[in-house]
Design a binder for this molecule. Structure first.
Ligand code: PGA
Length: 253
């Protein structure tokens, strides 16, 4: 089994580089004795350069990357530029970006481009709501198939799949708690889709869970949710809360 991974998604936070440095340094200090767990933080683009000097142990990630290497794409940042800056992970297809109009086809181009730039994509999939007819399995299946179209068998092991049921994310109005059972059945389903499409080696692709993860349920998701890591939004903006989750990941068997 590969190392557990805990990834912080800072979204469009915090307000200043000083706050970002304080938060990042706090985590860097806190993880000095963490050995079995990989820790990654995905800050807004413009903080990356400043944060990179503060820790070599925290892997830096981005929250998006455009496809292509260079060109006339006003406002965009390429995977290659991020890689050259020291970034190693990139979140792609987050539900908050899908809500702004990003489709599976765009995400597919970004995934292929990120892989060729040397980045590890964190592909977010997940349904907005659960229907009694279990249609949400089909939705996740098409997200996976369309977003991973044309990805090679060798590359699939570099992709991390984040199952994030949108109805459990902290910013979703009227959100509900997802359970480790919800995560487990989807993780089994995702492994099956990957294995049908890419063969048995795809079992090396890590599946992680995200959606209001806290110190209260992190251990349960890791032990019983069929996942090898966690994608943490709100709790990653608080050093104490984020460290609590990292320590749980480090110590749970
Ligand atoms: P949350 O965010 O932990 O605040 O629910 C997770 C995410 O959106 O990636």
């Amino acid at each position: 089994m590969s190392k557990r991974i805990v990834i912080g998604n800072w979204k469009m936070n915090p307000r200043t580089i000083q706050e970002a440095e304080r938060l990042f340094s706090g985590v860097a200090k806190g993880i000095s004795r963490i050995k079995k767990t990989e820790v990654a933080i995905c800050p807004p683009f413009l903080y990356i350069e400043g944060l990179k000097k503060l820790s070599r142990k925290i892997s830096l990630g981005a929250q998006d990357a455009f496809f292509g290497e260079v060109g006339a794409f006003t406002g965009e940042v390429s995977g290659e530029m991020l890689y050259n800056l020291g970034v190693r992970h990139v979140i792609l297809g987050h539900s908050e970006r899908r809500a702004l109009g990003e489709g599976n086809g765009d995400i597919n181009k970004k995934i292929k481009s990120a892989l060729s730039a040397g980045l590890r994509p964190i592909l977010c999939v997940g349904e907005s709501e659960r229907d009694t007819g279990h249609g949400y399995f089909n939705l996740v299946k098409s997200q996976l198939e369309e977003c991973l179209m044309g990805v090679s068998k060798d590359s699939i092991v570099k992709v991390i799949i984040a199952y994030e049921p949108v109805w459990a994310i902290s910013s979703t109005p009227g959100r509900k708690d997802a359970t480790p059972e919800d995560s487990l059945e989807m993780a089994i389903f995702i492994h099956k889709i990957l294995s049908d499409k890419f063969g048995s080696d795809s079992s090396k692709a890590r599946i992680i869970y995200g959606g209001s993860v806290s110190g209260k349920d992190a251990g349960e998701f890791l032990r019983h949710g069929g996942v090898e890591g966690l994608l943490v939004g709100r709790a990653s903006l608080d050093t104490k809360k984020f460290m609590e989750i990292i320590k749980i990941a480090e110590n749970s068997e």
